[in-house]
Design a protein around this ligand. Sequence first.
Ligand code: 13P
Length: 251
Amino acid sequence: MRQPLVAGNWKMNGSRASIRELLDGVKAGMGEVKTAEVAVCSPHIFLCDVQQQLDGSAVAWGGQDISVHESGAYTGETAGSMLAEFGCKYVIIGHSERRTYHGETDQVVAEKFVAARKAGLVPILCIGETLEERESGITEEVVGRQIDAVIAHCGVEMLGEGVIAYEPVWAIGTGKTASPEQAQEVHAFIRGRIAAASATVAEGLRILYGGSMNPGNAAQLLAQSDIDGGLIGGASLKAADFLAIATAANA
Ligand code: 13P
């Protein structure tokens, strides 16, 4: 059985004070979370605080991006070893906001996947189609290409050491959620695509859904057979909402 993962992506939000309060709230409610693993992905500047607050708790943490390089003249970037030094377990890679605003290609994302693994981090690989792509009927082509790029570069076994997050771009921050059926259909496609390379890896791999997931729609999404958790944006900034999503995964 795949243990569900409910991971928050705070994006570029919060302050030292607001994050302290948020994490106090999350830690206080963790007793109700019976099944899911819970993690938060913080802006890198706050990782020292996050580590201090979460060390020894049941909540894991991670970064939101990683450099393809190990060190050197790459102003503004964060190396995998640096994320690891602050106790990160996870790192989000290839988020649609990075692909869109920072021009990250499938190749760069695949290189970041390797950089994360070299640093001992678990990459959360984000994939997903835009509204235009969905309306043109090429959703499977797009997510298939995004997956294939990582398999081609890293091999399917390394892909299996990460987590996938299917985040339809049209559902991110829009309040429009994919229906459970729509999401399940793509999740099943993704698992099938990976199964073509390795049935064992496909069976064990966690595929999260992301895009306007909230306490009202989480249970139905998480009940789908190929949805193994969520990557939560807006709702992860409120402890009560984030915990409600995590408890919706209770078996
Ligand atoms: P929202 O939950 O705010 O739609 O964001 C989803 C997301 O992009 C998580 O990475």
